[in-house]
Write a protein that binds this ligand. Sequence first.
Ligand SMILES: [Zn+2]
Ligand SMILES: [Zn+2]
Length: 261
Amino acid sequence: MLVEQIWTGNNGRNFNYLVACSETGEALAIDPLDHEKCLARAKAKGWNITQILNTHEHRDHTGGNDQVIAATHAKLLAHHSAKIDGVDRGLKAGDVIKIGKTAELECLDTPGHTMAHICVRSHGDHPALFCGDTLFNAGAGNCHNGGHPSELYNTFSQQLARLPENTLIYPGHDYIANNLRFTLNREPDNAKAKEMLPSMEQQNTDRALVTTLALEREINTFFRLSSPSVIAALREAFPDLPENPDQRTVFLKLRELRNKW
Ligand SMILES: [Zn+2]
Ligand SMILES: [Zn+2]
């Protein structure tokens, strides 16, 4: 399976993706907002985009569909209940997307950022997760536009946290520098986040760092729900919190603070 991460350079800091079969050159475009860059990259690689996946219905993920379909006649795939025009295939948890002969992605139904959000994962020696606006590098999606924080917690704890530790994380936006600042705001003694922040503030987004789930567990507050310093700082912000709050409560309070941060 071949992966191209495409930096759009827009204000929303979106990443688009192409996932291709190494034998046939057939490709899946994930959230191809910047249709010109996606089509140009496919052409440069000698790939044919035959399918488009929208992780969810927000315009910054669906906005390039029409142009890519006009240029390639690709089929459009999305969550079965996502409100997106022209979907050819509605996806459910466990569905498999085949790309050419050699690439295969499994669908995860991952509500929280919106209630019709699909993440896809590959298996094998180098597992990968394309996670839209559910999981970001060092952060979590917001729930302002059709989502629900409690569902987002369920998705994190019951699905994302159980993936293999070496899973490569491919999110829908580049927010890593700001998210590391939030991690350090919540957990000032997080050595790994402190070490990474200066280089991430200057990273070349055309060759962005691809994290793993193992690294996310170190730098992403939303995976650090039992950290004593996260809990201690949270109890300063919310004096009513018990000494040992449950993980759901910690997650929801962190999400609440991140909304205002
Ligand atoms: Zn979104
Ligand atoms: Zn987005």
